[in-house]
Design a protein around this ligand. Sequence first.
Ligand code: TXA
Ligand code: MG
Length: 450
Amino acid sequence: MNGIEQDSKMQTQLLPVNVDNIGTFMFEDPRKSFLGNWTLRLSVIGQDAANLCQAVKQLQTSNSPVAFPTETVYGLGADASRADAVAGIYRAKQRPADNPLIVHVSSLTQLRKLLMPSLDFPGKFANAIDQDPIPTIYHCLISRFWPGPLTILLPLPQPSPVAPAVTGSLSTFGVRMPSSRLALALIHLADVPVAAPSANASTKPSPTTAAHVLQDLSGRIEFIVDGGPCTVGVESTVVDGLTDPPVILRPGGVSIEMLRQCPGWEYVAVGYKDGIETSIPRAPGMKYKHYSPRARVILVQGLLSLGLVAQYIGSSARIGLAKTRTWRDENLAVPGKPSLQGSSSQSRLSEFAISRKEVIDLYKSCKGNPTTPSIEALGAEERSDMIQFLSADLGTDASSIAQNLFSVLRELDLREVDIIFVEAIDEAEGHAAAAIMNRLRKAAELQVQV
Ligand code: TXA
Ligand code: MG
């Protein structure tokens, strides 16, 4: 019996934790910054602290990874210093071994210990980040954006306290201090550096709720800490400040404009490539298929219309629409007909149907270059049926779109749509827009401009 078959017998248990009930965070710094020394006095009342402690114990003693929320997406964590525990992450996710993991820390002291494992300096650099093992180029970034959605690459010390599987064969390792208090509490209590990729099955959209993790990893891991939905919704920005000029390897929660405000980062180069990747990727994860629901994703720049849908629909019977700024369901109403048989269901999804014949008529009258089997080639029966539309609002501002993106892709997938049309936004508008468009391009099979 191989490891995967054994894993599939595992029961996956949700551990609900409301971070407000776990106890009291106590800070040395009067501004209550997590960059200074801090501790947590656990509550003895209620189940939240007990559930958290169960996850802590699992991180410290088991080789089965623990899923937990961060502010970006849910991570799948293991003690970064134990090779067997790290192997458990790759096994559960079915992740390629050459795609390195991000190490999560809960304090700068913990990071400095990773960089200078031979030194015993409890708290020595606790309140200042000058003249310390953390390279100067990162000091401004850390003081501005940590804890938060920013991952920095650091030189891997030799010998390294981080298990080789965390970094593959690379001479650097990626680190971030998350701002989620629940994630910080978990790492702090476990007192180990936590290697954690996003807690999705490899190639799937990243999970932003515990239910998403369960969809992908049920039976493959023992525990999921359920701390509710993630606030940012897209993964951290990954930067390499060890090169000149520094490079942004993955756009994320901290935008390029924000990075440029720091000394040494004014000319930060874009080291990721959107769309078809041609050059050798510098972040190994960039070369793999990503963020992909089962359905075909078509990314559309421009207005939604039935004519547009008709060009790509082929024999599909269920169509998902992920709307941002300008798309309206009314744009799909057939001329001369009262609007849609709209039925609003839960959450942000509404559902309606249009007959295939009407779509075919529009197809006949519309110009364009169909890339899927022609509707005209369909039999009479197929032509007379209805096409179901499931329409979802991603939101209008970039931060809402980021927060809802993976969740909407997953929900449409669960409802078994064949195609998802997604409304693009302008990636140059800043904030999370570049990260959103980067993820959408990777998820999309096709981009069209109308
Ligand atoms: O927001 C996040 O970053 C989430 C949460 C859980 O923290 N984590 C996450 O991990 O997105 P993952 O494994 O899905 O993505 C990590 C990315 C990959 O593209 C990987 O190739 C890159 O970071 N990376 C990690 N270490 C690296 C290194 N030493 N050099 C270059 N790229 C690295
Ligand atoms: Mg990932």
